[in-house]
Design a protein around this ligand. Structure first.
Ligand code: SF4
Length: 331
């Protein structure tokens, strides 16, 4: 591990002030540390200054009782939010996305803000003996012709096909979540669907966040769609595994037909992926297995597969169908 300077921030303003003073360095904020410390041990992440924000209490609260929005501090722990009774009852997709992520030990440590910031990466990114455009821009992508069974089929580029590995952001995408930030330039709010970037020719840039910008809060507008929702995750083993495919689905019904629908995909794209055309196809229709399958097929139209990950398209369609059926049961 590279040597680095460690400092602690007492408030969000303090954290931003410290990072603003380190303009010619490579600083990083430290929250739960479940990704950053891991990658620092591998010499994949090499910050020269780590600003610990874990002692900032106002970032650790969350409130699911609001009449217009749910609010989650960036340092709220995944396990605490997953267990929230209101969230489990009224927004099961959000709760399930957290329960199904990582392991209980990791969920106890990991924070919501850190979860959004986990790197979009693959095994080659973690192994410094392989070329990787994300780790070393311009060095090549080992996955294009390598082992790419788990890689993305949507939002890919010739520079990188790594899949966005998170679950919570996928559920947030279904509910139009917003990320509030603070930087030396002030505050701003970033819609979750604009927060993560597709790789394009610069896969090393994964989010809209500037280097000196701190996530302070995540907000979700309240919606009647929440109750009729689910997050379905398909993976090689039942615990502690990334999604091969996942779907956050939410529906509301009126007179036996779909009034509103949300579909977001995980495990298949380079960023949390909203399937709007698929959603639109359901509006005004009875929700049957056939209409759900048509929506699923629309969701994967435009997929770019490789021989090892082509199975993700039919698996993903089935995941959307099953998620919509579960959401309908709950609506
Ligand atoms: Fe690196 Fe992306 Fe290629 Fe993986 S898919 S080796 S992260 S450039």
């Amino acid at each position: 591990m590279n040597p680095f300077i460690y400092s602690r921030a007492a408030s969000p303003a303090d954290a931003v002030q410290v990072i603003a003073s380190l303009r010619d360095r490579r600083p990083k904020f430290l929250a739960g540390g479940t990704t950053l410390v891991d990658l620092m041990k591998l010499d994949v992440e090499t910050p020269d200054h780590v600003i610990d924000i874990t002692a900032v209490p106002e970032l650790a609260t969350f409130d699911t009782s609001g009449s217009t929005e749910l609010t989650f501090g960036a340092l709220a722990h995944m396990s605490d939010v997953a267990a929230d009774a209101v969230l489990r009852q009224r927004y099961p997709a959000l709760s399930e996305a957290l329960w199904l992520a990582a392991s209980q030990q990791l969920r106890n440590m990991a924070t919501l803000g850190g979860n959004l910031m986990q790197r979009t990466r693959c095994a080659y990114f973690r192994d410094t003996s392989y070329p990787c455009n994300k780790r070393v821009p311009g060095s090549g992508c080992s996955a294009l012709e390598g082992i790419n069974r788990g890689h993305a089929v949507l939002g890919v580029s010739d520079a990188c096909i790594a899949v966005y590995p998170g679950d919570f952001a996928v559920a947030l995408a279904a509910f139009d979540g917003v990320v509030d930030t603070l930087s030396p330039r002030g505050t701003r709010s970033i819609p979750i669907l604009e927060f993560h970037r597709e790789p394009g020719s610069t896969p090393q840039i994964e989010t809209a966040l500037a280097n000196d910008e701190l996530i302070v809060r995540i907000r979700v507008p309240t919606t009647t769609l929440g109750k009729g929702s689910t997050y379905l995750k398909v993976r090689d083993r039942e615990s502690y595994a990334f999604a091969l495919t996942s779907a956050a689905a939410a529906v509301s019904l009126a007179d036996g037909r779909v009034r509103d629908a949300r579909i977001a995909l995980g495990g298949v794209a380079t960023r949390p992926w909203r399937a709007r055309e698929a959603e639109q196809s359901l509006i005004g229709q009875p929700l049957t297995e056939a209409s759900a399958r048509h929506a699923g097929e629309l969701a994967f139209r435009g997929a770019r597969t490789r021989p090892l990950n082509a199975f993700k398209v039919p698996l993903g369609v089935n995941t959307v169908v099953e998620a919509l059926m579960i959401a309908q049961q709950r609506a």
